[in-house]
Design a protein around this ligand. Structure first.
Ligand SMILES: Nc1nc2c(ncn2[C@@H]2O[C@H](COP(=O)(O)OP(=O)(O)OP(=O)(O)O)[C@@H](O)[C@H]2O)c(=O)[nH]1
Ligand SMILES: [Mg+2]
Length: 389
């Protein structure tokens, strides 16, 4: 019989220490249940990560397996990294499937982001009426623009448990259909918080805490983890997909530890005049070339450096301070990210302004009028969208 690691889903083995599911034979012999592989043990207890690559072949097999079942797909995105975690071909990956979209990590956003003015309103918001409804509507419109079809949208936080009950109430109607009971697959890009949400659901029903391993490194979950939800239905945690156009795929654990958002974001507001430059650490350089004074609001982790310089000094600043003030990405990470490239973007005051999303990092809301040049790395895809929220 195959024994599975409770933390990552890998099949337990005692042969190859560098492969997934490894456990020392003497540890295995002592254990009767609750198996955790050595990698999970070290990740959970010492935050040490042995990186295990997941191949495209593995992903394809998992996707095929999901597509063969008639289950519900709960597709989770990170609201701070929406474009980096929402594949535009979502319905093609899961053809004909019902998909419920979860916008996770709302705890990172300041209350003003959801226009919550009082405790009462906060209560109401958590049941997704009033202010949040507007956000849901805005996200629906964005999905429509991208031609993505979902059956429902839930805003929530796996970390602070906000809206966990609401998520379950929205999943409930899909647990059976006319033919059979259905499994629920928790799917999404790596690091969006799939396992964190499942841990909260397990805790909700069993009081057991932190059963599945979570971490801010990529590819924490390595195989399906079957969580019995009731007598008939399984909730299934799945390994995250990698977005090779996101910074997250190129940053090492130390960098991720340093730049991951730790508490509620404090958006930084810059009123920029043309001929000024904004650096988001070394991840993105925005040269404001011409136009009217405009506002740039950064939604990134609070500890991420946002630095303003004069345009004329920007190149020398970048060259001189890449490894001290700008600091990230590190030299080694830059080697994998390729050369820097330029994207020219024109923007104007119409509507609510635009967002520039930096995958794996956050986004910048820009309101005003002008032309800017963005400099960032070859492998990364920066997206411009009409402001959503
Ligand atoms: N602020 C915040 N952080 C979260 C939330 N959910 C998860 N995280 C953090 O995001 C990181 C990734 O969480 P996981 O649950 O391991 O993500 P995953 O989607 O299972 O990742 P893979 O297994 O690699 O696919 C961890 O550092 C979590 O603490 C949330 O709602 N809010
Ligand atoms: Mg996981």
């Amino acid at each position: 019989m195959k024994i599975k690691c409770m933390g990552c889903g890998a099949t337990i083995q005692t042969i190859s220490p560098k492969q997934k599911g490894y456990i020392d034979i003497d540890v295995l012999e002592k254990k009767k249940d609750n198996f955790y592989c050595k990698r999970c043990f070290e990740l959970r207890n010492y935050h040490k990560n042995q990186k295990i690559e997941i191949s495209d072949k593995d992903y394809n097999q998992w996707i095929n397996k999901i597509n063969k079942d008639n289950g519900l797909i709960v597709f989770i995105v990170d609201l701070l990294d929406l474009d980096g975690t929402l594949p535009t071909n979502l319905n093609k990956i899961f053809p004909g499937k019902q998909i419920l979209l979860v916008a996770n990590k709302i705890d990172l956003f300041p209350k003003s982001f959801f226009s919550i003015r009082s405790e009462k309103e906060k209560d109401i918001y958590f049941q997704q009426r009033l202010s949040a409804q507007k956000k849901v509507a805005n996200l629906y419109l964005y999905l429509k623009e991208l031609d993505i079809h979902v059956v429902d949208i839930v805003f929530m936080s796996g970390k602070s448990r906000e809206n966990i009950d609401y998520l379950i109430s929205r999943i409930n109607p899909y647990l059976t259909n006319t033919h059979s009971v259905r499994n629920v697959y928790f799917v999404g890009m790596t690091n969006v918080g799939k396992s964190t949400i499942l841990n909260q659901i397990i805790k909700h029903y069993t009081d057991e805490d932190n059963v599945i391993t979570v971490s801010n490194s990529t590819n924490t979950t390595l195989d399906f983890i079957y969580v019995p939800f009731n007598e008939n239905n399984y909730f299934i945690d799945t390994p995250g997909l990698n977005n090779m156009e996101s910074y997250i795929s190129y940053l090492d654990k130390k960098t991720l530890d340093t730049i991951a958002p730790k508490n509620v974001l404090k958006p930084k507001v810059f009123q920029l005049n043309p001929k000024q430059t904004l650096f988001i650490q070394g991840f993105l350089q925005i040269n404001f070339i011409s136009g009217k004074k405009s506002s740039f609001v950064t939604y990134v982790a609070n500890q991420i450096l946002v630095h303003r310089t004069k345009l004329e000094n920007s190149q020398s600043f970048y060259d001189e301070h890449l490894d001290d003030i700008l600091l990230f990405p590190t030299k080694q990470e830059r080697n994998n990210l390729g050369n820097r490239k330029k994207l020219v973007i024109e923007f104007n005051n119409l509507d609510k302004g635009i967002d520039i999303s930096i995958p794996g990092i956050g986004f910048i809301h820009i309101f005003g009028e002008g032309i800017m040049e963005l400099y960032y790395f070859e492998k990364i895809k920066i997206n411009k969208r009409k402001a959503i929220f």
